[in-house]
Write a protein that binds this ligand. Structure first.
Ligand code: SF4
Length: 323
């Protein structure tokens, strides 16, 4: 019998959202961007076309089951392994979630489609929206985010401003810094200007602490991020986690302890690695298992050629090998 498709993951404790239940609504690496720092690897389908990628009814049915089991979460977070605003029924999904649950809804997006009125209307149904802006001009945008040909940085900033104007919920803007690409004084100044136009409630600073799509993508050190936070002003906070215990930009934190058979733990491990490269510590704390058990599953998957490993700053990260 074919395995039932799962659209939900977690809840995971998230620094930004508390206990967050993730909802993944686009296929792996369908995105409007191809960021050099992406932890999921290169974008396989760069697109700006909104489509009915996964059946909203099936996502809601899975959520209904989780709620019936007594799900406890601070947020239901629409995010995942691609750009969620590419799903053309995003608004319908949020409406559906709100009909069956009182848990607030967050959308984590790269923000590039907010120039579209339909995308703004869909996202405005959420309680919290967390878009990104990593560049202050077109040259840096192309270098860091490698956008679809129809997306420009001005279009992105314009969309974010228009969304802010019509959105009463919380807007938390993430800025991801890559040493040497968007860290000079000129870029910081331009990003600061864009932030003052967008007027987010919060600005959250991140950097490449995990393996990235491109080799040679350098993280900023803590002192560098602190200096930028000071320059950008009071609404700034640093969300990069320099400790090797956490998974992800779009998916944060560690998962609940996975109970049950080795098969279910192996399934949970693969699901974790499909979303982010994880260190041995991440895997142990994420699945609530010991190092020996984790190493046994890792060795099995490595023998089958399903996962790979990569070293970054002295820590080994395990990654799912996409076909
Ligand atoms: S980091 Fe996010 S926005 Fe950038 S390519 Fe990866 S999935 Fe897309």
């Amino acid at each position: 019998m074919a395995e039932k498709k799962k659209y939900l993951y977690g809840p995971v404790p998230s620094r930004r959202l508390g206990r967050s239940l993730g909802v993944d609504i686009v296929p792996f690496k369908v995105c409007t961007l191809d960021c050099v720092y992406c932890q999921l690897g290169r974008t396989s389908q760069k697109s700006i076309e909104r489509k009915d990628y996964v059946p909203v009814e099936a996502v809601l049915a899975e959520l209904r089951e989780r709620l019936a089991e007594g799900l406890e979460a601070d947020f239901i977070t629409i995010s995942g392994s691609g750009e969620p605003t590419l799903h053309c029924r995003l608004g319908e999904l949020i409406d559906g979630i709100k009909k069956i649950s009182d848990i607030p809804v967050a959308v984590i997006t790269n923000g590039t489609l907010l120039y579209r009125e339909d995308v703004r209307a869909d996202c405005a149904k959420a309680d919290v929206v967390m878009p990104s802006l990593d560049a202050g001009d077109e040259e840096a945008f192309r270098k860091i985010n490698r956008p679809h040909a129809d997306i420009s940085v001005e279009r992105l900033i314009g969309g974010l401003c228009a969304f802010r104007d019509g959105f009463a919920g919380e807007l938390a803007l993430e800025v991801f810094f890559v040493e040497g690409l968007n860290t000079d004084a000129e870029q910081i100044g331009k990003i600061k200007d864009a932030i003052s136009r967008i007027r987010p409630d919060k600005v959250q600073l991140n950097t490449a602490v995990r393996p990235t799509a491109e080799a040679g993508v350098e993280r900023l050190d803590v002192e560098g991020l602190q200096a930028i936070a000071k320059e950008l002003g009071q609404r700034c906070e640093i969300i990069a986690d320099f400790r090797p215990q956490r998974c992800g930009r779009h998916i944060e934190g560690k998962a609940e302890e996975v109970s049950g058979s080795p098969a279910s733990k192996m399934g949970a491990l693969l699901s974790m690695l499909k979303r982010r490269p994880c260190s041995l510590n991440d895997i142990c704390s994420g699945l609530g298992i010991g190092r020996n058990e984790a190493l046994k599953y890792i060795a099995g998957f490595q023998q089958e050629g399903v996962i790979d490993s990569e070293e970054k700053d002295g820590i080994f990260f395990f990654k799912f090998k996409a076909n």
